[in-house]
Design a protein around this ligand. Sequence first.
Ligand code: ZN
Length: 378
Amino acid sequence: MTRQQIAARIRRARGLIDAHTHLGVDVAAFYNGDFPYAITAEDHGVRMGLTGVAAAVCFPFIYTAYFQLAAWRRGHFRRDPRSATAAAYELENARLCREIYEAFPEFAGRLLPFGCFDPARRPANQAACLRELAGRWPLFGLKTATSYLQSPVTALLGAGAGLLDLAAELDIPVTLHSAVLPGDPWANVFEILKVVKARPDVRFAIAHTCRFDRRALDAAAALPNSFVDFSAFHIHCTLARQNHPGQGAVDMEGREVHCTLARQNHPAVAAKRNRFPADYRAPAAAMQQIAEAYPTTMLWGTDTPAHLWKSRFRNDHGQDVWMDLPCGPTAEADAFRELPRPLRQRIGHDNTVRFLFGKPRSGRPDKPGADAGGSHTR
Ligand SMILES: [Zn+2]
């Protein structure tokens, strides 16, 4: 099956598409004691059966064998000369495609692999590896999570531009992990918007609902080549409603962590004055309000298996913190199904198909100004 054949089948079937999941293993997360750290194609099949998802975009996890594992776990990024890889994610991207197309071919066309990249480190090598991979197997897009790589997303406007040239050439979209945390310049949502604006020839998805930042959501909705995904919506709602000291964050003795930032809601989501106004105690209602405000921009996605997050780390105050953000395996799909049917059709299929494949040749644009993008959308 070619990518075009799979695209035609997905358009016809009109089933629910999850625009953001992971597939594979993250050994750094495993040795840190963090969750999630792995999921196989077979696991995905079981979950998709449970949630009624027809097709799921999937990316590798974050750690790549390109880097020395021990150094990575200390926050240092050193190329591992013994890894025998020319580029970040070379092994993981190939492993992902082999898992889907060789080991579990029954999932070909249902699990849609995206290749991961690092925008700043040897981008030309990565582009060459990704081009070769896309020649061997249907590849549906590219993904980066620059926070974890400490790699500035704006490198895509400089040395890493070839990665976006490749996306434009292959007519595949790019998903970008986003952040609003002041200490995270690498995936700052407004830096991401600069990239999206500068490259109208590429379709982008900004992950994690732009961390609920209303200004960023407005700006994304105004760009014809920009989409925003709802990935890990529930745990971001949990962060948004952390309005007493340290809720959800405890130190290693199980005591709640008290700090000023926690009293102002968790800084991983937009501060209240910049936040899209919604009742984040009711995730389905908040999801509906956001989808109604940006009906041609939003994509439903779960972040499976990172719909939950449990992690041990040291905070800015030097305290060891156990961050516990639980979320059940069907919570994202259950909330989605509370939305009105026409809205579900948009964020669970129509917008996602436009993000993945552009507009069909005969199709009328349903996003104002959507024709203004690159020739790939026509
Ligand atoms: Zn993710």
